[in-house]
Design a protein around this ligand. Structure first.
Ligand code: AMP
Ligand code: MG
Length: 468
């Protein structure tokens, strides 16, 4: 097996990263390998090479491992230096379609950016990222992908001793809002420009030649992120840690930490143990979209126009457009979920009124069962709001709505109680529940009763943890 690397980031952007090799895993054991993704990438992977390369035990020929520098606002507070503290970018490969893709190991040891951290990751959280990212991909939502998880044979100390693991992540790039903030905060305009030119060449080459390439780039990031967050909202996904270092300029969902899917619809839903203020709650995600993009705009201002006042005016014009652009994406997502053909001026109200009527009911199943009142009704404690809403929907949606709703709304999402059960079993050495759950979430439009049920009432309030 060979991987053909072409490491443009390391080659073109000296001074934005540090060269550092992964820790060699003492006793690697392959837990899961994404053969369909490997095939899509044109990789002919054998398990032995995968186990060795994707644990850090050995390096594939042509890899040039680096840790990337970045900064970031974490829960609103700025850290001028974060960087890859437990990840190594092995390099870039080309997918079948010619797209340049990063291959990164996560959980592969300390780097100069590790600060107090151990550079490691445990089996549970790495399988969690694998599972949720593959679920998102199957739902058609832009995301980094997971190629493998390999247990390292090393022990990771959290509250208890846990088995260590490395995740291999495939991404359109690992450029983040925080990458730009790192150089802007240091006043290093030359390096900031180099990173921006690299990002434009890699993600938005059509904008390179225009009058205002950096403004056009900002605009393209807004487009991608507005679409992404609207898609998250459509499936009830809560990222949980939308810090600026966890927002990729590619528009892919990145860094699956304390993320989870909402079950009963409640706009204030938060799962993360450290999100006390609800900054990254379900309903606040579109607000944080605007907040994070404002940080990107601030970082890009020195490049946007030689006249600082004009640069700020131009950037502000784009920032003011974000909420309207997000709202348009959201209405588009809702039209699809409601099976509405074409556009009607009443669609926004129809969508908003459903949100009111469905408070507390299971997000996923409500949409899935919209066209079938007999199965819809048991999801509700109080069906009166729906009784008023459904005739309006039927009148607007018309013929064929049931099929369109079934095609647009998944039956299966990774349910929190099942994710926890599967990860607990995997941590104890039994991969079977994980494999079964993975198969279900990879095929989310197929009804599999066992994977469609909300958490049993004894499951309690779900809490997720970061940095694990
Ligand atoms: P995250 O919240 O996972 O996106 O990570 C935020 C920052 O903390 C990044 O700079 C990570 O590289 C770093 N980090 C997270 N976990 C660890 C760890 N176990 N060891 C070292 N650095 C870490
Ligand atoms: Mg991160």
């Amino acid at each position: 097996m060979t991987l053909t690397f072409d490491n443009s980031y390391a080659r073109d952007l000296p001074g934005t990263y540090l060269r550092v090799v992964p820790d060699p895993a003492p006793a690697p054991r392959l837990l899961v390998l994404n053969q369909p993704l490997a095939a899509h990438l044109g990789l002919d992977l054998d398990a032995g090479d995968a186990e060795s390369w994707f644990s850090g035990a050995s390096l594939p020929p042509g890899a040039d491992p680096i840790a990337q520098a970045y900064a970031g606002h974490q829960f609103g507070g700025f850290s001028p230096q974060l960087g890859d503290g437990r990840a190594h970018l092995l390099g870039e490969i080309s997918g079948r379609d010619g797209q340049r893709l990063d291959i990164q190991l996560k959980g592969s040891g300390r780097t100069p950016f590790s600060r107090g951290g151990d550079g490691k990751a445990a089996v549970g959280p790495m399988l969690r990222e694998y599972l949720i990212s593959e679920a998102m991909a199957a739902l058609g939502i832009p995301t980094t992908r997971s190629l493998a998880v390999v247990a390292t044979g090393a022990t990771v100390w959290r509250e208890t001793a846990l088995p260590g693991a490395v995740l291999t992540r495939i991404a359109a790039s690992h450029l983040r809002v925080g990458t730009f903030q790192f150089f802007a905060a240091r006043g290093d305009k030359a390096q900031l420009r180099a990173v921006a030119d690299y990002a434009i060449a890699r993600h938005d080459p059509d904008h390179a030649a225009g009058d205002h390439p950096y403004l056009a780039f900002l605009d393209a990031v807004i487009d991608r992120q507005a679409r992404l967050i609207a898609e998250w909202m459509g499936v009830g996904f809560i990222h949980g840690v939308m810090n600026t270092d966890n927002m990729a300029i590619s528009g892919e969902t990145i860094d699956y930490g304390p993320c989870a899917f909402m079950e009963g619809y409640a706009p204030g839903t938060v799962f993360s143990s450290i999100d006390h203020q609800g900054r990254y709650s379900y309903a606040n995600q579109p607000v944080i979209l605007g907040w994070n993009i404002a940080r990107l705009a601030e970082a890009l201002v020195p490049l946007i126009d030689p006249d600082p006042d004009r640069a700020v005016d131009l950037a502000n014009g784009r920032l003011e457009s974000i909420s309207g652009r997000y709202r348009a994406e959201w209405i588009g997502v809702m039209r699809r979920k409601l099976g509405l053909v074409g556009e009607d001026p009443g669609d926004a109200d129809l969508s908003d009124d459903l949100m009111t009527a469905m408070a507390g009911a299971d997000w996923t199943l409500t949409f899935r069962r919209l066209a079938n009142e007999a199965t819809l009704r048991p999801l509700f404690e109080d069906f009166r709001g729906m009784e008023a809403w459904l005739p309006r929907w039927h009148a607007r949606a018309g013929e064929g709505a049931a099929q369109r709703v079934a095609a647009a709304n998944p039956a299966v999402i990774p349910r929190n109680h099942q994710v926890e059960d599967a990860l607990a079993a995997a941590t104890a050495g039994d991969m079977a529940p994980f494999q079964a759950l993975l198969a279900a979430v990879q095929d989310p439009f197929v009804e599999r009763e066992a994977y469609m049920l909300p958490a049993p009432s004894g499951f309690g309030t779900y809490v997720t943890f970061c940095g694990t």
